[in-house]
Design a protein around this ligand. Structure first.
Ligand SMILES: [Fe+2]
Length: 152
């Protein structure tokens, strides 16, 4: 039987992932709002579609925490305390610097998802374990698009 420690580790892992989803959401929106240059149109739309995907996962991940009898993040402060994806408050970044940053942040996110999947396995949470594969596929799709824009 999975024990309390495995359950607590899973809740902590999911809350860490949740914090990074919120951080990546706002960072992607920041770049959506501020991107400039000859690729403006494509990147403006791509960043928005990526932000929408990332935001949609926040509720799913938070409710996996609740279904595991844990408390979710409660505030911007709680997000800031747990996020590993760094803020970037520069509005005037070069477009390709934005693409590279989002590519790297989505790679970081994949690591967070893998950790949550492993914790779900330890805790016997089959639902989170299975759902994490879809979250990974979505993130890998974003990484692929962003990498191709950078020239592969
Ligand atoms: Fe918009």
């Amino acid at each position: 039987m999975p024990g309390d420690n495995a359950n607590k580790a899973l809740v902590d892992s999911l809350n860490g992932l949740l914090a990074d989803l919120f951080a990546l959401y706002l960072k992607t929106k920041n770049f959506h709002w501020h991107v400039a240059g000859p690729q403006f149109h494509d990147l403006h739309l791509l960043f928005d579609s990526h932000a929408t995907e990332v935001f949609a996962l926040t509720d799913v991940v938070a409710e996996r925490v609740r279904k595991n009898h844990g408390a979710t993040l409660t505030s911007i402060g709680a997000i800031g305390a747990k996020a590993t994806i760094a803020d970037d408050d520069r509005a005037g970044l070069d477009a390709m610097t934005m693409v590279r940053a989002l590519r790297d942040d989505n790679v970081t996110l994949i690591g967070r998802i893998r950790a949550a999947k492993a914790a779900a396995g330890e805790a016997g949470d089959n639902a989170t374990d299975g759902m994490a594969d879809d979250w990974t596929d979505q993130a890998e799709q974003r990484v692929w698009f962003l990498t191709q824009i950078l020239g592969g």
